[in-house]
Write a protein that binds this ligand. Structure first.
Ligand code: SAH
Length: 245
């Protein structure tokens, strides 16, 4: 099946400067992307956004504004977070080209989200923990942080190049899975359930719980569970709860 640019969401989290939102809209339209999601922007709609968007104004008009990141991720089967620097616990990491190939393969099957962070401090660890992969744009070691719209431009350009490549060579890499992937919200409910059970059986100490859940999230994000597999694990957790009562 052909990859679909319509299934690719660019999600900007908590953007401070509306000019950057406009710059992102323009970068997206140049590269053939149209789905812009804004999670709690500081100021939007705004004149500077329209000004910077130039002929990409309609992307701003159709932008989906949400209160929470989870709302913007609704229905997405693949979530990729961008990061300007290394984080404490390493996560499966792609470069922009690998990211584009992954997105190409999966966007024919389900919506895909690419997350971009705040101008001053990027994405929080909690936001990055929701991602299946992280992507880092290689830069000079002296200064690794690109302007937000410039970062979107690089990632979107690679998506464009992957699309062109895919048109000329059918690499036949698209997997035909029998069950839909678990959605972001289903995974969030699963993690809540898992954490509660792990506390109940004294595996997690409620006083110092955080690191184990991060590692477990990373494990399950690598596995990419489908709905049926997730339902089985929820069933296992429910039975553990029954036995422990
Ligand atoms: N000071 C912040 C950088 C924020 S830059 C930090 O240390 O995280 C704003 C956003 O642009 C980032 O959240 C990310 O989405 C994107 N970005 C900037 N530079 C990037 C890079 N080298 N690789 C990937 N994304 C980058």
């Amino acid at each position: 099946m052909a990859a679909s640019m319509d299934n690719i969401r660019i999600v900007l989290v908590n953007t401070s400067h509306p000019g950057n939102i406009g710059g992102v809209a323009r970068a997206m339209k140049n590269m053939g992307l149209s789905r812009l999601y804004l999670v709690k922007p500081k100021r939007f709609p705004a004149e500077d956004a329209v000004w910077r968007a130039a002929s990409a104004r309609e992307l701003l008009d159709h932008a989906v504004v949400t209160e929470t990141l989870d709302e913007a991720l609704e229905g997405c089967g693949l979530i990729i977070g961008t990061s300007a620097r290394e984080r404490r616990i390493p996560w499966p990491l792609l470069d922009p080209r690998q990211c584009a190939r992954q997105v190409q393969e999966e966007s024919s099957q389900h919506p895909v989200a690419l997350l971009f962070g705040r101008e001053d401090r990027g994405l929080t660890n909690a936001e990055l923990r929701k991602c299946h992969y992280h992507v880092h744009i290689p830069t000079s070691e002296d200064y690794s942080s690109l302007n937000l719209a410039a970062a979107v431009q690089v990632i979107a350009y690679e998506l464009r190049m992957a699309l062109i490549e895919q048109g000329s060579v059918d690499r036949g890499l698209v997997r035909d899975w029998d069950v839909e992937p678990a959605s972001n919200m289903e995974m969030e409910y699963f993690y809540e359930h898992l954490e509660a059970v792990l506390m109940q059986i004294d595996f997690i100490d409620p006083v110092t719980p955080r690191q184990s859940m991060t590692r477990l999230r990373r494990l399950f994000n690598r596995v990419r569970m489908d709905r049926m597999e997730l339902a089985m694990l929820r069933g296992v957790l429910t039975n553990v709860e029954k036995v422990c009562k």
